[in-house]
Design a binder for this molecule. Structure first.
Ligand SMILES: [Zn+2]
Ligand SMILES: [Zn+2]
Length: 441
């Protein structure tokens, strides 16, 4: 059977299982859970995998689940992912009343798509025509939230990294995976039904604590050291760095003041800032991190205060694999037509898909079918065909495209370029980003 006929068969299998796939999406939408604690969603995934005759491994990075579909002939491993987590948006109408967590980023649809691909490949009975293996991996904790709880888990040794994919990478769950794909929700009408963004930013977090000396703010300000003024100068210096950032690097530096003094008649002895630094490449990230560090030290220096700077690694920039993009684009156009397909500029938010994309071949397209504001109370599914079924068809069709004909497509991906970082280099790079510095101004 030719590749085109096989693709048509899996696409027809998605249509035949339409209700089943949509029901999974609805069920997960109705039970949103926070990252690393998606126990009910993980159980649902494992149950569905078992129902398809797969053998899930559970409890990976606390809640991750992986099951492999062997295709009979040895070959590359293609992973289809689904993110398990929601995020806190308490005023969302579908938020869990107890936790305030909602699927305001559309990850519920990814899990439905992942299980939909497994269902369609099984139903189309095409395993004998493909080479290699498909790994279905439900991944915890994409959203970088709930940091107090996660830091506590890290201190207790239950996780090392605060995001699910870095943690699964560390644990070796991706060691035998050659390439991975999954599709994110988009409510931007410009994105059409299926699209591929050029990439996304990586980021780090800086928590800085300026330390001065308290004194009466009116009677003896000369005897104090104003930590709020030091922090405020640091913010000004960061703002003045902006003209040095190149447009194409997509740098974003944004801060909040989380402590600015305790009483208005006391010179503030302590002020705290929290800053996120984002950029579209690892080099531009490092450059912007340097500019922020100099700004923080400059604020402390000018006032004679001290500053403690704690750096927490966030996520790395997302790089789309060009061969996978070309192959996915061809299948996607067959599913949604030329007018439903587009490519678009990089987005300025960040995802831990970026970490994966530095270590293996990755494609992370977007799908329409959603309305409202992402991460907002208005975010919801407006078109179930576009949100659940079109992306499932495009993913299942691309799996066939990659693994048919003795996996010629997947072999083309592997031959075109090696991933940017080996796993060991990735782990030492990310661990190297974590630091605590004290600077005496
Ligand atoms: Zn999100
Ligand atoms: Zn998301």
């Amino acid at each position: 059977m030719g590749t085109e006929e096989l693709i048509a068969r899996v696409i027809a299998a998605v249509d035949a299982r339409r209700d089943e796939i949509v029901d999974i999406g609805r069920a997960i939408w109705a039970q949103p859970e926070i990252g690393f604690r998606e126990f009910r969603t993980a159980a649902l995934v494992a149950d569905r995998m078992r129902a398809l005759g797969l053998e899930p491994r559970e409890g990976l990075a606390i809640t991750g689940v992986r099951a492999d579909m062997e295709l009979g002939v040895p070959g590359p491993t293609v992973a289809i992912l689904g993110e398990l987590d929601g995020l806190p948006v308490p005023d969302h109408p579908a938020a869990d009343p107890a936790t305030g967590v909602a699927h305001a980023c559309g990850h519920h649809a990814q899990v439905a798509q992942m299980l939909g691909v497994a269902t369609a490949l099984r139903a189309a009975a095409i395993e004998g025509h493909l080479a290699g293996r498909v790994a279905f991996i439900a991944v915890p904790a994409e959203e970088y939230v709930d940091l107090a709880w996660r830091t506590e888990q890290a201190r207790a040794g239950r996780i090392e990294f605060l995001g699910g994919k870095p943690e699964l990478l560390r644990l070796g769950v991706f060691d035998d995976v050659d390439m991975a794909m999954y599709i994110h929700a988009s409510s931007d009408p410009d994105d059409r039904r299926l699209s591929v963004p050029a990439g996304s930013t990586g980021f780090v977090v800086k928590r800085s604590r300026f330390l001065g000396r308290a004194a009466h703010a009116a009677a003896a300000p000369d005897q104090g050291i104003n930590a709020l003024h030091a922090a405020s100068l640091a913010l000004t210096a960061m703002g003045m760095q902006r003209e040095t950032f190149r447009d194409e690097d997509g740098v974003r530096v944004h801060s909040i003041l989380t402590r600015g003094g305790d009483a208005v008649n006391v010179v503030p002895a302590e002020a705290r800032l929290e800053t996120q630094i984002r950029a579209l490449s690892v080099g531009a990230m490092q450059d912007a991190i340097g500019a922020v560090d100099r700004s923080l030290r400059a604020g402390a220096s000018a006032l004679g205060a001290a500053v403690e700077i704690e750096t927490l690694p966030g996520y790395l920039p997302l790089v789309q694999d060009p061969v996978m993009q070309r192959r996915f684009g061809r299948v996607a156009r067959a599913v949604v037509g030329e007018e439903g397909w587009t490519t678009r500029p990089a987005f300025k938010a960040s995802t831990d898909a970026g970490d994966l994309s530095q270590v293996l071949h990755l494609l992370h397209p977007s799908t329409g079918g959603f309305g409202g504001t992402i991460h907002g109370a208005s975010f919801h599914v407006v078109d179930e065909t576009a949100a659940y079924l079109d992306p499932t068809k495009a993913l299942a069709g691309t799996v066939v495209d990659l693994l048919a004909d003795d996996a010629a497509g997947a072999r083309e991906v592997l031959a075109a370029a090696a991933p940017r970082m080996a796993k060991g280099d990735y782990l030492s790079f990310v661990r190297g980003l974590a630091s605590v510095e004290r600077f005496e101004g």
